[in-house]
Design a protein around this ligand. Structure first.
Ligand code: CMX
Ligand code: CO
Length: 152
């Protein structure tokens, strides 16, 4: 707001891969698989009714911006949710990737200025009080992409 188009569009400001979101039918089974097979532990679990998911974040590693990278396991809580629709069409698998930023609204504006459709310019509530914006997969080489700003 109030900024010249040049600087705003020059700001993606993305500093890490925050997570890879994986659609699954049974969250507990998926958690057990990643624990037993890869040794990843759940750092956080919650239900996000707005997004229609029950989810778990499994921490993989810290990142040089002070954040971390996770696997986000997603089980749908209702049939009309994006993850339920994805499971119906594609089955279980990688659903989206998410990049971390310190200013999600500004990052979304910067990427949007490059011609990528921003699905929710007004950031929504994500995992653990984070703020999230989604970008259309059809403008991202078939990859649903999320931008995330952690709560602290
Ligand atoms: N990755 C890649 N492509 C996808 C996709 C995904 N996750 N979801 C849908 N598509 C593709 C479909 O394959 C389809 O392509 P074709 O037309 O070539 O067959 C096209 O997009 C339309 O698919 P659709 O099933 O009709 O889905 P919608 O258009 O109704 O919705 C989307 C797609 C991305 C707009 C919707 O899922 C969305 O708004 N997602 C953002 C919210 C979200 O995913 N929340 C859950 C995660 C929460 C979190 O991470 O915290
Ligand atoms: Co996500």
């Amino acid at each position: 707001m109030g900024e010249a188009p040049g600087p705003a569009s020059a700001f993606p400001g993305l500093t890490r891969l925050d997570h890879v979101g994986i659609a699954c039918r049974d969250l507990d089974a998926s958690i057990a698989f990643y624990r037993q097979t890869y040794g990843f532990e759940v750092e956080h679990e919650e239900v996000n009714e707005e997004q229609g998911v029950r989810e778990a974040m499994l921490r993989i590693n810290g990142t040089d911006d002070g954040g971390a990278t996770y696997l986000q396991l997603l089980e749908p809580t209702r049939d009309d949710s994006p993850v339920a629709k994805f499971l119906e069409r594609h089955g279980e698998g990688v659903h989206h990737i998410a990049f971390g930023t310190s200013d999600v609204a500004r990052s979304a504006e910067g990427v949007g200025a490059r011609g990528v459709r921003v699905l929710n310019p007004e950031p929504r509530a994500g995992t653990a009080g984070s703020r999230i914006v989604f970008l259309h997969p059809k403008d991202n080489g078939g990859v649903l992409t999320e931008l995330v700003q952690t709560a602290h």
